[in-house]
Design a protein. Structure first.
Length: 180
């Protein structure tokens, strides 16, 4: 129920030609969204638990490796999108292979202090007997968090080799967005 004082105040505002928008109380106390995570806020590594290891001996069938980012800063931050991943090969003919992205849609992940998010890399292993020019033998992964330019250098801990498709439009080895 409006009081006489409220009615007089509203009438004065309308008479003066001033428009006023009501602001919900919840908007006044809303916090700003956390900033994005920067490389220096994070640490990274391969998931190496038994259920996370790629099956590199399962040749001709895709398998997955997982890379994690943990927020080591003292603030909350967000990750969204795709990491940059360049594989550096162990063979003299391998060079560096920049992995392409899947068609999956990224979502935003909020990481509090100590929280971890990961992403998967689909791999297409091949047999050791595959000719050298048809296989890529991973040695290191250069992993750049989304929207960053500084990377982590991770040693490949799983062995095996991958079908070399670094020039293919739809290779069997590619990466997925953070959280997938």
């Amino acid at each position: 129920m409006k009081t006489k004082m409220t009615t007089v105040a509203l009438a004065a505002i309308v008479a003066a030609g001033t428009a006023v928008a009501a602001v919900p109380a919840s908007a006044a106390t809303a916090k700003a969204a956390p900033p994005r995570c920067h490389t220096d806020d994070l640490k990274a590594g391969f998931a190496t638990g038994d259920d996370a290891k790629p099956e590199m001996g399962r040749t001709g069938k895709q398998t997955q490796a997982f890379i994690w980012f943990t927020n080591k800063s003292d603030r909350t931050c967000t990750l969204s999108g795709f990491a940059g991943v360049d594989m550096v090969g162990a063979q003299g003919t391998d060079g560096t292979w920049s992995l392409v992205r899947s068609s999956k849609k990224p979502t935003e992940i909020t990481l509090g202090q100590g929280d971890t998010a990961d992403f998967s890399i689909n791999l297409l292993p091949v047999a050791a007997s595959t000719p050298q020019k048809e296989k890529f033998v991973p040695a290191k992964f250069l992993v750049t968090p989304p929207n960053e330019t500084k990377h982590f250098t991770l040693n490949w801990p799983f062995g095996g080799q991958i079908l070399k498709q670094d020039g293919a439009t739809h290779p069997g080895t590619y990466l997925n967005p953070i959280g997938q």
